[in-house]
Design a protein around this ligand. Structure first.
Ligand SMILES: [Zn+2]
Length: 327
């Protein structure tokens, strides 16, 4: 007699094989990369759009943090405009990398971990590590370049900026082509998807496009142009590269934190250039009395800021980039 117990299927993520996709066609599909507690598959969406003509393979990812939405729309708008008859090469897109996070409207993975600290993952590791491993073994093998699109984290607001290792020549060129407000030097020797790609020799950048939990038209518009510039440079599509600003290059950055509690009155805007010792903010008590003033510890540019003005000691309120000195 056959056992009524079904042998559980071993989940074996397979690399996306571009040979299975027709030239000149777009395919939208889900892949079983993980499982719910019921044993039902967590299905992750992918898009493969192959041009009629040969060329490089550009990978684009979004919503690696589940509440970072602008990148999803950037991918959708980009694909809508694309003529596969004239496209050289292929786009492989993962519009929602962190499906469990997206489903709950939250940044983190199901286990409360930040997925972007656990790449390239581990077969028998923690939940986030197993998911990360499934994702990279599916998505990274076919791609030649990576644009990983994020936004600020919960409770914070961002400019449009790019994190890149500027010593990596091809990646640095991608960062400039993206036409961001700021380029931030970031070596990336960590558990990010960008670093996992870099270790495989894939030039990659992390784009930080605006704010979480919202779709921002201007960020989506600028992001689409940024990706198109990279595609134009790689000769995947025709047309002139559109650079509308000169990005400010930052060699490093840090978050300025409060050292006391209070309601923050912020005196700077996103993208503002700041002088050393300039007043950044002060805190007031519930009666309106000023408690403490905060000054810039160094000259720089505002990359991001807190959205919510209530502070306890240690609240991050200003992400200040250190501007690269001109040689
Ligand atoms: Zn993110």
């Amino acid at each position: 007699m056959n056992s009524p117990i079904k042998k559980s299927k071993v989940r074996k993520p397979q690399a996306i094989d571009l040979n299975e996709f027709e030239l000149g066609e777009r395919k939208d599909f889900f892949l079983h990369l993980y499982e719910f507690a019921t044993g039902a598959p967590v299905r992750v969406p992918f898009i493969v759009a192959r041009g009629k003509l040969p060329g490089p393979v550009l990978g684009i990812t979004a919503a690696l943090h589940g509440n970072e939405l602008n990148g999803i729309k950037i991918i959708q708008n980009l694909l809508e405009d694309l003529d596969l008859e004239t496209l050289r090469g292929t786009l492989v897109c993962a519009p929602v990398v962190n499906v469990p996070g997206f489903d709950r409207g939250q940044r983190y993975f199901s286990d409360g971990l930040d997925l972007n600290n656990y790449f390239p993952g581990k077969f028998n590791g923690q939940p986030a590590e197993q998911y990360a491993r499934s994702f990279v073994s599916t998505f990274l093998p076919p791609i030649d370049y990576l644009v990983d699109i994020h936004t600020a984290s919960q409770g914070r607001l961002n400019t449009l900026y790019v994190r890149v290792d500027r010593e990596a020549e091809k990646a640095n060129k991608m960062a400039k082509l993206f036409n961001p407000e700021i380029i931030l030097q970031s070596k990336g020797g960590d558990g990010t998807l960008r670093n996992a790609a870099k270790k495989k020799g894939i030039p990659s950048i992390t784009v930080e496009a605006g704010n979480p939990n919202v779709l921002q038209g201007k960020m989506v518009f600028d992001g689409e142009n940024g990706v198109k510039n990279i595609m134009r440079d790689l000769e995947m599509i025709e047309g002139d590269i559109k650079l509308t600003r000169k990005p400010v290059i930052c060699k490093s950055s840090s978050w300025i934190r409060t050292t006391g509690g209070g309601l923050l009155e912020i005196k700077f805007g996103l993208g503002d250039k700041i002088n050393k010792k300039q007043l950044l903010a002060y805190t007031i008590d519930p009666f309106g009395n000023i408690l403490q003033e905060y000054f810039a510890p160094y000259a720089g540019i505002v990359i991001g800021r807190a959205a919510y003005p209530v502070a306890i000691p240690g609240t991050r309120f200003c992400h200040l980039g250190k501007i690269e000195e001109k040689l």
